[in-house]
Design a protein around this ligand. Structure first.
Ligand SMILES: [Zn+2]
Length: 108
């Protein structure tokens, strides 16, 4: 299963770093929270978010963890591909070896 390209993992702004434009069309920016509860905590949003409606609004640290998960999935997929390529190279080397043996046996 390809989680990275499955739609919920990227490009729609729902997971990982939000798209550069909010749903409303404004640019997404990083703000710093000033409330007592989350003072100093950063978040992604757009300048229209206080006017109501649907806008990007995500904690920056949550986004970073989501991005780590995306990178981990991509690394796992890349490791699998590398492993498969190694097996293919080994298989091709064995195949060539067998072809040489077969040709030698035919000549003898
Ligand atoms: Zn917006």
């Amino acid at each position: 299963m390809d989680l990275i390209r499955s739609g919920c993992w990227e490009a729609d702004g729902e997971y990982g770093i939000p798209a550069s434009l909010c749903y409303c069309g404004r640019r997404v920016v990083v703000h710093t929270c000033r409330t007592d509860l989350n003072s100093g905590r950063r978040f992604f949003t757009c300048k229209n978010s206080e006017e109501g409606g649907v806008h990007v609004w995500k904690w920056w640290d949550d986004v970073v963890m989501e991005e780590f998960n995306i990178v981990k999935v991509r690394l796992d997929e890349a490791a699998d591909k590398i492993q498969n390529l190694k097996r293919l190279v080994e298989y091709e080397a064995k195949l060539k070896e067998l072809e040489l043996v077969a040709k030698r046996d035919v000549k003898e």
